[in-house]
Design a protein around this ligand. Structure first.
Ligand SMILES: Nc1ncnc2c1ncn2[C@@H]1O[C@H](COP(=O)(O)OP(=O)(O)OP(=O)(O)O)[C@@H](O)[C@H]1O
Ligand SMILES: [Mg+2]
Length: 244
């Protein structure tokens, strides 16, 4: 469904990604692991067409997106929900307004349909009773659930998570991970999870890719990480968390 083919990316003279090839299949959960600053968030931005590669190609459902205009990218982006690390909620809007905002802005749907979809996400994300609250009055884990609900509102095929459990306590992390697992069971969704936390990978991901110094050094079923001889992978398995 999403493929990066020989993608290189430079910021000025600095090459961040060097000939990265990566495929995310439908209905699978793939983790992308790597140290801080290696280019994980950049990969998500390339998948959404928010950035263009310096060379190489990005395919979404077989369509090469790096030469598309903003208008042409809109229907492509709707196939992918994005959950940002900081959630990117609107502070001055209620939870319901946050959930409905992009639908109201972008699709010409009847108000009843918008409210129906908002209600569906309120239930799915376990936010009943919080509809009229502002994000600041919610815990970190609940804000994350609002961000997930908002990403699902366009009924995407794939959902991209940037560090979904960063900064959450262990109980909230567990709830977010089980919500992510349930996405596939209930909605047949695929997911990409960028993470620093190796336990997240073993808890929810089917497969994993490890990005290190601009290159993919591992791309296989998650349990195969244990068989890797690569020193960086061995160090993240023993330390449990990637160095910041
Ligand atoms: N707009 C920009 N201009 C120049 N350099 C940038 C820009 N955005 C990111 N970078 C650099 O690109 C590299 C990759 O950034 P990116 O945010 O993708 O890393 P990351 O793996 O997501 O890191 P983290 O784990 O800290 O979130 C970093 O070294 C960063 O400093
Ligand atoms: Mg990042």
């Amino acid at each position: 469904m999403i493929e990066l083919r020989n993608v290189s990316l430079k910021y000025g003279e600095k090459e961040i990604l060097h000939s990265v090839s990566l495929t995310i299949e439908d209905n699978t959960i793939k983790a992308i692991l790597g140290p801080s600053g290696v280019g994980k968030s950049t990969i998500l931005k390339l998948m959404l067409g928010l950035m263009r590669p310096t060379s190489g190609q990005v395919f979404v459902d077989g369509v090469e997106i790096s030469s598309l205009s903003e208008a042409e990218l809109f229907p492509i982006r709707r196939k992918m929900g994005m959950v940002f690390q900081g959630n990117a909620l609107f502070d001055s809007m209620t939870i319901s307004q946050n959930l409905g905002f992009f639908l109201r802005e972008n699709l010409n749907l009847p108000e009843e349909e918008i409210l129906r979809r908002v209600q569906e996400q309120i239930r799915f994300a376990g936010l009943e009773g919080y509809e009229e609250q502002l994000p600041e009055s919610l815990s970190g884990g609940m804000r994350k659930r609002v961000a997930i609900g908002r990403a699902l509102i366009f009924k995407p095929h794939m959902i991209l998570f940037d560090e979904p459990t960063a900064g959450l306590d262990p109980v909230s992390s567990k709830k977010i991970l089980s919500l992510i697992s349930s996405l596939r069971q209930h909605n047949n969704l695929g997911a990409v999870i960028v993470t620093h936390i190796i336990d997240d990978v073993f808890n929810v991901a089917d497969c994993a890719a490890v990005l290190y110094k601009g290159e993919i050094i591992f791309d296989d079923a998650a349990p195969k990480l244990h068989e890797s001889e690569h020193p960086f992978i061995r160090s993240i398995l023993s330390d449990k968390i990637l160095e910041l």
